[in-house]
Write a protein that binds this ligand. Structure first.
Ligand code: M6R
Length: 369
């Protein structure tokens, strides 16, 4: 059932273009229309939403962090992402105008379930983004948008994550459209870009051999750091989480702007640092800032592994290893930037002799708090 792959994780990484396309199927078209009638929360209710709160755990929380950028940008509704395990313990402020989005691959994660129950008790509406039909989280929610990743067997989440992102973008665009924000044109063009994204994920997968080679050379390292900004920051966190769970290595993700507030002290000779570079188009200020971060850490001896848009010439001279990804709109970049990090972690785990699909101490779905 591994379809000729050594591990489910490899199979699931390879299935990502299809998972992304399936999650978009019937929900967008080339004319830029969005059809999310299945989200049975009526448009007038969505127009009244005054705050969005996302609750999730682990990888799903990284999708939620990215969703926050998209939702606030396209809808101008304040949005927070909170780890489900923290949420109800701080007595969050919720009411009928709060839309809570619970993201879960399994639909059975106890922390997320308890968070959504708490939200509903306070009168908030809950929309689940879930990959498992009929599981508890969607059953207990007001509405559900299913991701169509198909069954995910490997403990480390890959294709579910990409489809969670797609679902989050759809919700953000839908909310933007329903509420008629000034980003109407941008929303249309992003919908069109989304229809190309599966092909771009495929392109990334075709160029992963150098990433595998690189990973094998790092098998004896103790630490790998990950840096990103804006939506690249959650991508850095996701890269670090994958490496922890699979390679059992010390891996940390940082917001690149925080470097000088502490983490730069960790930079020493030859420490591998993976940097996710935003597009030089779009938010170019961020791009330039991260290029100077790369220069700073390289000057201190770091081995820079740079994920950057193809053709980004300003960054190339500072990359010890350059991993090129296709150009996408800024907010969609995580869909292509995460893939090399999944491959990297999987290969490192293999090189270290670890059990890829069943990492030690972990369960696929965490049904206790
Ligand atoms: O099933 P869920 O999406 O609710 O699971 C949440 C986390 O337990 C999950 O994403 C976990 O972090 C993965 N093992 C990450 O690869």
């Amino acid at each position: 059932e591994k379809g000729g792959y050594d591990y489910f994780m490899l199979k699931e990484i390879a299935e990502q273009p299809k998972a992304v396309a399936d999650t978009l199927l019937g929900r967008i078209d080339l004319a830029g229309n969005l059809c999310l009638d299945e989200v049975r929360i009526p448009a007038p209710v969505l127009r009244e939403v005054s705050k969005v709160v996302i609750v999730a755990c682990g990888t799903a929380s990284h999708a939620g962090m990215i969703a926050k950028y998209a939702i606030e940008h396209w809808t101008r509704i304040p949005c927070e992402m909170e780890l489900a395990s923290e949420f109800r313990y701080r007595d969050p402020i919720l009411d009928q105008r709060t839309l809570v989005i619970a993201i879960s691959q399994s639909g059975e994660t106890m922390d997320t379930l308890m968070a959504l129950r708490h939200a509903r008790e306070q009168g908030a509406k809950v929309l689940a983004i879930c990959n498992t039909n009929g599981s508890t989280i969607p059953r207990e929610s007001d509405a559900v948008l299913y991701t169509h990743a198909g069954p995910e067997v490997a403990v480390a989440s890959t294709k579910a994550f990409l489809t969670q992102l797609v679902a989050c973008y759809l919700v953000a665009l839908y909310l933007g459209q329903v509420r008629g924000t000034k980003w109407g044109d941008e929303i249309l063009s992003v919908i069109r870009e989304l229809s190309e994204i599966a092909t771009q994920v495929e392109e990334v997968l075709e160029t992963m051999e150098p990433v595998r080679e690189l990973a094998r050379t790092l098998a004896d390292k103790n630490t790998v750091l990950f840096l990103g900004r804006h939506v690249g920051y959650p991508v850095a966190l996701e890269g670090a989480l994958k490496l922890k769970e699979l390679a059992y290595m010390h891996a940390e993700g940082f917001a690149a702007g925080e470097l000088k507030h502490g983490p730069i002290a960790l930079i020493e000779q030859d420490v591998p640092v993976v940097v996710v570079v935003p597009s030089p188009r779009g938010r170019s200020v961020l791009h330039d800032k991260i290029v100077s971060n790369i220069q700073e850490i390289r000057a201190r001896g770091a081995r820079t592994i740079v994920i950057a848009e193809r053709g980004d010439e300003t960054v190339a001279p500072y990359a010890d290893h350059l991993i090129e990804i296709p150009a996408t709109p800024t907010l969609l970049q995580p869909l292509v930037a995460t893939v090399p990090l999944q491959v990297f972690a999987c290969e490192l785990a293999t090189a270290r002799g670890n059990e890829v699909d069943q990492p030690r101490n972990l369960a696929k779905s965490v049904t206790v708090e």
